[in-house]
Design a protein around this ligand. Structure first.
Ligand code: G3I
Length: 314
């Protein structure tokens, strides 16, 4: 059977999933990923707590194994993520300003060099804004000030000019205070010549609550001269799932997929996993789940049929 990846390729876009090394140990799941996805995002393995757990001590083994299995499955890779306040070791969080700046640049230089030429893109900076559009007061912001984001993009571009450099965030899917702030930042980066190529809309959504302005939001970013990707799509519900909820979820998936795929410049959609068996939702939002296109037994859900249709299949 044809998977989403083949439909996506025929349209000149991609369909991707996130996965961890542990999840890919499940051979059935890995085979599903190979059938459906032509883009892979390592779920945890490229984050700072894995790649540089101690100062200057780098560990690329787990991510290398995902990059190798992606190559074997003819999948491209989205690098995720270089500068984030979460899943960062405490030694980084505890540095003073000038040491932190040095650590950031050294981390970027080393990790981006390691993967130079092998990645489609980097999520250079992740989740730097609050929902009200102000800057998140992370240890990055508190110690380095607003300029760290542009510095991280410049440093990444200097090492791997071939990778698309993304700013990635959640609750930026529709037009609102947070996406307005990201829009203003991207616009000023473009004016100043800061190298940015893309904006990632995570799209961690709640059943029945897809923002109605999503397509308009995607379009305005594309009009600024960057590409857009849906980078972490899932649509969570209170469990258990019922036929009614699954039907609503299918509508939600269709809305998101069409919002992207009708805009030239929205390059692809990644779901944050494929199967409800492997999802971050139930542990983070107790009582919620069933957020992905395949159920816990790897059977496709109505949401999957929506993706097929949006990608031009039947
Ligand atoms: O749920 C199981 C639990 O049953 C089990 O006992 C435990 C043992 O390891 O694992 C639990 O699953 C973990 C899951 O998070 C839920 O906590 C997985 O091992 C772990 O790999 C998984 O990591 C998540 C990662 O995505 C991969 O899916 C992170 O929590 C999650 O924060 C992260 O995704 C982030 C993006 O990087 C950035 N945007 C937000 C997004 C969600 O937070």
């Amino acid at each position: 059977a044809t998977g989403l990846r083949d439909l996506a390729a025929a349209k000149g876009v991609y369909f991707g999933t996130a996965a961890t090394v542990g999840e890919w140990n499940d051979a059935t799941y890995k085979a599903l990923g190979a059938r459906e996805a032509n883009m892979l995002t390592p779920g945890n393995e490229m984050k700072w707590d894995t790649t540089e757990p101690n100062p200057g001590q780098f560990n690329f083994g787990p991510a290398d194994s995902l990059v190798a299995s992606a190559a074997a499955a003819n999948q491209r890779v989205r690098g995720h993520t270089l500068v984030w306040h979460s899943q960062a070791p405490s030694w980084v969080q505890n540095l003073g300003a000038s040491d932190l700046r040095q650590a950031m640049l050294n981390h970027i230089n080393t990790e981006v060099t390691h993967y130079k030429g092998k990645l489609y893109s980097w999520d250079v900076v992740n989740e730097a804004f609050n929902d009200d559009g102000t800057r998140r007061q992370s240890f990055w912001e508190q110690k380095l000030g607003d300029g760290y984001i542009a510095d991280a993009f410049r440093a990444t571009h200097a090492v791997d000019p071939g990778a698309k450099l993304y700013y990635n965030d959640y609750n930026t899917d529709g037009i609102g205070a947070k996406s307005d702030a990201v829009y203003a930042m991207v616009k000023s980066f473009k004016q100043q010549g800061v190298p940015i190529d893309g904006v990632g809309l995570q799209a961690h959504l709640i059943l029945g609550q897809v923002p109605s302005s999503m397509q308009q939001n995607i379009q305005r970013f594309v009009d600024l001269g960057v590409e857009v990707a849906i980078t972490e799509l899932d649509v969570r519900m209170n469990t258990p799932a019922t036929p009614d909820k699954l039907a609503t979820q299918a509508t939600d998936y269709a809305t998101v997929a069409n919002a992207c795929l009708t805009v030239t410049g929205c390059v692809g959609i990644t779901t944050w996993g494929l199967s409800d068996k492997y999802s971050w939702i139930p542990s983070t939002f107790p009582g919620q789940g069933a957020a992905l296109p395949f159920d816990e037994n790897f059977q496709s859900k109505p949401a999957y049929d929506s993706l097929v249709k949006a990608y031009g299949g039947t």
